[in-house]
Design a protein around this ligand. Structure first.
Ligand code: IVH
Length: 680
């Protein structure tokens, strides 16, 4: 076999395995074997740059280069569908179609309505050439680089499967429930704002400037609409398996499935209205078992000739309609709006209602999010309100039954002072939430910070908990995190002998916490937006509290994961006299304010400011050891090559994609001996 043949064969095999795994969910080889094949292909491609191809399976990893999206006009506008909400609407649609077709027989294709964001893909000669978002329906963003990372979208169609020379296919990009939940858990741990639902998360991801991030987020795609034109049969073209002008929608999609696309699950051709209604009823509950979010059923006239005959209104086709599932919804009385103050001072309004059954649980409280939402709802105390549990986990108030409102009801006024401490609330520009600015005196903020400080991933003082924090605070024993280190057993036990043992335990645990490493101290002090990982990176970079405190904005932003917002928050923290006082007292109490001897051993600045990529297999140390060596010497180990990469530490069998990129960007490649002599 020539190298050309081998490359082409490997691409074909890897594409098939990708398809088996991501579209069919039925892998036929082990991950290990897959990786071996991928490495072989990467090697061959690096050796033979003439065989480079943007649609090779090796290109699905994305890049960390920033991209700006180009606006592209849609060849055919991306219309939306008219919505219906009940059986009567569906009947009327069916009858409109029937009379529009003057009594001719017709089939309706019923399929899931996916709740993600729509995408239009163009294929020419079996290759993905462009992916464009819906935008305003007339033009959208060219997100091709990001879409290439979505593994269930074929970059190249199955050879000989009968695809047309050029066509567009449209569908929905989604973030599966499991990935959505994992993503939010990670964001919660890092104190980043959570995504309200998978659609927002998918949209935020697809619009990301870094395709590398998109690749990590595991988006999925279902295709549901094929468009194209019939071309005169060419002498060389393979036989085409669809007929765009006289074919049928369902049959076309079955063909598209053979070309390699993932199509709507459970599509059904219905011959009667009853079959349509049965389909809707079945999926109303069954959809909860699907891996992705759906919000309804789409009904389409199956014959393309009949679709053409029915035509379009100004906004949507007459041959299709969306039936939206009812979000699980209940109606109950709003009794009171209360306000919660969080650790950061953010104030959240909460609706307190008469208990009501909703989606299997009894609900009596629902989030109202912020003042704007309360105003939009025009909420009055005593209103009968609609509560929904949709894609979101927390129930929310979505509307008011104004017909039931009596004139005596009072409009809800968002509070202007903090319910906990009385301070005047503030609203920062560009933020929807109100904040209590009184961070040193406002009880839930104080207690919240102390609870964070003692938590497992911070100082891990596990003999204390929220109740003890509350008790100590009520009794005036503690007011901030530094006060913990002044407590003695007699005070804690409140001169009650029965409590002595647990009090001694608590004092010991607090004392032991002085040995918790510096990086966790950085996390524990509660700088806004500094989560566990960021704290670790900051600690390693600056090595002690003083250096961190004196760092400039630019110096902070040199640290991985630290952007403008985080850097500004750190500066703000260290500019606050009250925080500096707490830090002084914590230092006096003996907390670790610098990296330990052990962590510092062998530390140098020899690689300061350098971004280094590790690639290949090494003889003298493992990759992890090299990573540690880079960090010990002040360098930064990064995952992918960019123009900012200082050099690549390369072992044997360096990935060919990396090699090619390094050559293209002129990044130096260094072997392990040279590297070791650099840091000697
Ligand atoms: S067909 C001209 N089929 O719903 C008809 N759309 O308001 C083109 N959607 O923007 C759309 N699932 O993003 C179609 N099975 C499905 C769908 C679907 C979700 C979305 C699509 C569109 C919106 C319609």
């Amino acid at each position: 076999m020539t190298y050309k043949e081998e490359i082409l064969q490997l691409r074909k095999d890897l594409e098939q395995h990708n398809y088996n795994y991501y579209v069919l969910s039925q892998p036929t080889i082990s991950d290990y074997d897959f990786d071996q094949m991928m490495h072989r292909l990467q090697d061959l491609e690096a050796e033979h740059p003439d065989m480079a191809d943007p649609n090779s399976p090796t290109q699905r990893v994305g890049s960390d280069l920033n991209q700006q999206f180009k606006q592209v006009a849609h060849k055919y506008p991306m219309l939306s569908l008219a919505n219906t909400y009940n059986e009567q609407d569906v009947r009327e649609f069916y009858e409109r179609v029937s009379s529009g077709l003057e009594g001719e027989e017709f089939e309706i294709c019923a399929e899931m309505k996916y709740d993600g964001l729509s995408i239009s893909l163009t294929y020419i000669d079996g290759q993905l050439t462009q992916a464009v978002t819906r935008g305003d329906g007339v033009q959208g963003d060219d997100v091709t680089a990001n879409v290439r990372t979505i593994k269930s979208i074929p970059l190249r169609l199955k050879e000989g499967s009968g695809y047309p020379k050029q066509f567009e296919i449209r569908g929905e990009i989604l973030l599966p429930w499991t990935s959505f939940e994992a993503l939010n858990a990670e964001r919660e741990a890092n104190e980043e704002p959570l995504f309200a639902n998978p659609r927002n998360a998918a949209s935020g991801t697809l619009k990301s400037q870094k395709s590398e991030l998109v690749a990590q987020r595991k988006l999925d795609a279902y295709l549901y609409y094929l468009l194209g034109e019939n071309e005169p049969p060419s002498l060389f073209a393979a036989p085409v398996s669809v007929d765009f002008s006289n074919g049928k929608h369902y049959e076309n999609l079955q063909e598209a499935k053979k070309w390699g696309f993932k199509i709507s699950e459970g599509m059904k051709k219905c011959k009667t209205l009853q079959e349509v209604l049965d389909f809707i009823n079945y999926w109303d509950t069954e959809r909860k078992n699907l891996p992705v979010a759906t919000d309804g059923i789409v009904l389409k006239v199956n014959s393309i000739r009949q679709q053409r005959h029915l035509g379009y209104t100004a906004k949507s086709p007459r041959w299709a309609i969306a039936y939206k599932f009812k979000a699980e919804r209940a109606c109950t009385r709003l009794n009171e709006v209360t306000y919660q103050v969080g650790r950061t001072g953010a104030v959240t309004p909460v609706a307190n209602m008469n208990p009501v059954q909703l989606a299997g649980t009894i609900v009596k409280r629902a989030s109202l999010h912020n003042a704007d939402i309360i105003n939009e709802l025009d909420l009055h105390i005593g209103d009968m309100v609609y509560v929904e549990k949709g894609g979101e986990i927390i129930p929310k108030v979505v509307g008011v039954d104004k017909e039931q409102r009596t004139p005596d009801l009072q409009k809800v006024q968002f509070i202007s002072t903090c319910p906990e401490c009385g301070a005047t609330l503030v609203r920062y520009e560009g933020e929807a939430a109100h904040y209590c600015p009184n961070d040193t005196e406002c009880p839930p903020q104080i207690k919240g910070r102390i609870e964070h400080f003692i938590s497992r991933k911070a100082m891990n003082i596990d003999s204390l908990g929220p109740e003890t924090v509350d008790d100590f605070y009520q009794r005036g024993l503690i007011h901030d995190i530094a006060d913990l280190y002044t407590l003695n057993a007699a005070q804690i036990a409140n001169f009650n002998k029965n409590r002595t043992i647990s009090a001694v335990k608590a004092v010991n645990a607090i004392k032991e916490s002085t040995q918790v490493p510096f990086e966790r101290v950085v996390f524990a002090i509660g700088i806004r937006f500094v989560g566990e990982t960021t704290a670790k990176l900051l600690a390693r970079h600056f090595k002690n509290m003083e250096a961190l405190q004196n760092a400039t904005l630019a110096e902070l932003m040199e640290v991985e994961k630290v952007g403008q917002v985080v850097a500004e928050s750190i500066i703000r923290y260290f500019h606050d006299e009250k925080n500096l006082d707490i830090l002084r007292r914590l230092q006096e109490a003996g907390l670790q304010f610098s990296l330990s001897e052990e962590a510092l051993e062998g530390q140098t600045d020899k690689l300061a400011g350098k971004s280094i990529v590790i690639s290949g297999v090494f003889a003298k140390h493992s990759r992890d050891e090299y990573k540690a060596l880079i960090e010990k010497n002040g360098g930064k180990n990064v995952g992918s090559i960019s123009k900012n990469t200082s050099f690549i530490l390369a072992g044997d069998n360096m990935g060919p994609a990396k090699l090619e990129k390094a050559n293209k960007l002129g990044v130096q490649i260094i072997d392990e001996d040279t590297f070791l002599s650099m840091i000697e």
